[in-house]
Design a protein around this ligand. Sequence first.
Ligand code: HDD
Length: 680
Amino acid sequence: MKDEIKNAKHQQLDQFRVDDKGKNLTTNQGLTMAEDEFSLKAGERGPTLMEDFHLREKITHFDHERIPERVVHARGTGAHGEFQLYESMKEYTKAGFLQNPNVKTPLFVRFSTVVGFRGSADTIRDVRGFAIKFYTGEGNYDLVGNNFPVFFIQDAMKFPDFVHAVKPEPNTEVPQASSAHDTFWDFIANNQESAHIVMWAMSDRALPRSYRMMEGFGVHTFRLINEEGKSTFVKFHLKPLLGVHSLVWDETQKIGGKDPDFNRRDLQESIDNGNYPEFEVGVQLLAEDKEFSLDFDILDPTKLWPEEDVPVKIIGKITLNRNVENFFAEVEQVAFHPGHLVPGIDFTNDPLLQGRLFSYTDTQLIRLGGPNFHELPINRPVAEFHNNQRDGHGRQTINTNMVSYHNNSLSDNTPKTVSEKEGGFAHYQEQIHGSKIRARSESFKDHFSQASMFYNSMSNVEKKHIIDAFTFELSQLKSKDIRQQVVNMFGNVNIDMMTQVAQHVGAEPPKGEGSKYGKISPALSQENTLKKSDTLKVGVIISEGYNADELNTMMKALKDAKTMPEIISNTLAPVKGSDGKEQFPKRTLLSTDAVLFDAIYVLGGNKVDDEFKTNVYKFIQETYMHYKPLAISKFATELLKPEMNGQPGVTIGDEKDQYPSKFIADISLHRHWDRKINIF
Ligand code: HDD
C-alpha cells in the first residue's frame, strides 16, 4: 500500500493486523505445538482422550466462528477510503471534518443488498445499502444511506412488518433474495406509502452495474448547525464520478449463476488495479424558514427533494483506495448507526429516523455479542474515547483509574463534559409542542405524486424496463387477488403503465386516470447520467494465429480509453499471433461469459475450429441481446449474423485507425438501446 494513503485509521488498524506466515503454530495460549493433524488417542486405533486441550480448543473455536448475520443488508462488501472537502461548509455547519479542504478524513464504506442472506447473489433486484463511517477528529460520523433517496415506510413502527414481508416466506424460506413473491406484494398493496420506492425498485436503479456506479442518499432530512447555532435542513447525496449505470434484467439473472460475487469482485478488483472508486459528496440545503415551502412534508422519508427545485451543492469527494484484508474483521464486524453524530449535524423528527436511532445499537448487541463492539478495530473512533462505562463481554480497554462515576473528587471530576461553545455536542434545541398521539400526519398522505414524477421522468427504455419488472414480479404471485390489488394501486401512479402490466399478467386494467401530478425531474433518469469508457471491462477473444497488428492497435486504444481489456481464448495456454509473439489469456470461453463484460471484441485467428466458433457465437449473441458494444474483426465476420451488421453499437472492420475509435465511442455510450433485437 502506498504511504500517502496510510491515514490515521489505517495506522490504528495496522496495530491489529497479524500475518501468521512463517510463524510457529501455537494454541491460543501461545503454546507451540508439535502436532496439528491427529487428536490424542489411547493407542493408534484407540479412543480420543479428554485431555487433548489442543483438539478441544480448535473445535470449540470453530464451533463459535459464526455470528448472526445482519437481519437486513446481510450480503455486502466494504472498502476503506478518504473524504476531502472542496470548500469549507463553515457557513452551515461547525462539523470539524467539514471545515478545512486540506484535511482528509479516513472512512469505511459498506455496500449491500437488503433482502438476501449473507451468501446470496450480488446482482438481485433490490435496494443497495451505502453506509459510510467517517472517522473524524470529533468521533465517528455514520451516514447510513441507500442508493434510493426514499424508503418503503414512513414510520419505524412498520419496519419489522416490511422486512417480514420481503424476506423469503416463512413456511418454505423461498424465494431467496427476491421481492417477487406474495407476502412482499401483499404488504405493498396494503401499505400504499411504498408506492414511490417500489417505482425505484422496479427501475434499473435496482440493478447497479457496479457499486462504483451508483448514487447514494442519506434519505432522511437532517440538520446542519453552524457555530451561531443556526440550523439548515439538509439531504446528503453521493454522486459517482463514473455516472449511474445498470445491468439489464436478463444479465443480472445470468450473472447470479455465473458469478454471484459480481459486484463484490468488481469493487475489489477496481481498487487492486488502482481504479479507485470516487463519489462526490453533495448537499441539498433548505433554510429553516423554508420548511413548508415544498409541496410535501420534508419529514416524510418517502419523498425526495427534486434537484431542479433544490440544487445539489457538491462539497467534496470520497475516494475508496484500500481493500479490506480480513472480510470478517472489517466488513462483518463493522457496526453502523445513523445516531453516530458529530457537533454540527443533528436529527429531524422524521419518524422513521427516530426509530432507527434505537434499532442499530440494539442489533449490534446480538450480532456482536455485547456492549463493547465500539472497541473492535474497525469500529474504534480515531478520536479518543473516555467515559465511565465499564466491563461487559469482550472488554479490551484496561481502565486504570478506580473512579468510574460522575460526579467525583478523586479524579477531579473527570472525565469531564465540555460546553457546546468549546466543542461539546449538544442537541439542537428545537421547540416542540404537541399532544402524545399515534397517528400519521395529514402532510404524509400523498403517496402517488412523486411516484408518478419518477415514472414520468424516465426515458422510454427505462419505462419499458419498469413495465417488464412489474410483469416479472407479479407473474410470480400465486394470489390473483394480490396481483389485481397491485395493478389497481399502481394505476394511481400511471394508468398506461399499469394497463400494460395488467395485460401481461392477465389482470383487469386499473380504473381511474392515474396521477395528475405531471412534474418531471430529469435528474432521475439514467439517460442523463455521465457516460464514459473508464474502467469498463472488455472481453477480447483471440485464437491461434490472430492478427497481431490489429490486436496491438485495439489493445492500445482500449487502454488509452481506460477500459479494462481481458484476453479470452479457448485455452489458458499461451496463444501465438502472426508476429510470433504470445498472448496469455486470462479466461477461456468456457470459464467466463459475455454477461460478465461491458463489451466484446472478437479478433479470432487463423486456426478456429467449430467448437470455438459455437462458443464465440454465444458471446456475440448475448452481447448483442444486452445492447452492449461489439467489435468484430474482418477475420471473424462469418460469426456475425448479417442482420447485426450496421446496427447501433456494432463495429466491423479492419481499418486500424477508425475501427478502434468507433468501438471506444460505442463503449462510452454503454448500451445501444436502438438496436433491432428481433433477429434471432
Ligand atoms: Fe436500516 C442495516 C439503511 C431504515 C434497522 N440499514 C442497514 C444498513 C443500511 C441501512 C445501509 C446496512 C449497514 C451495514 O452495512 O452494516 N435503513 C437504511 C436506510 C433506511 C433504513 C437508508 C431508511 C431511510 N433500518 C431502517 C429502519 C430500521 C432499520 C426503519 C428499524 C427500525 N438497518 C436496521 C438494522 C440493521 C440495518 C436492523 C441491520 C444490521 C445493522 O442494522 O447493523 O438495525
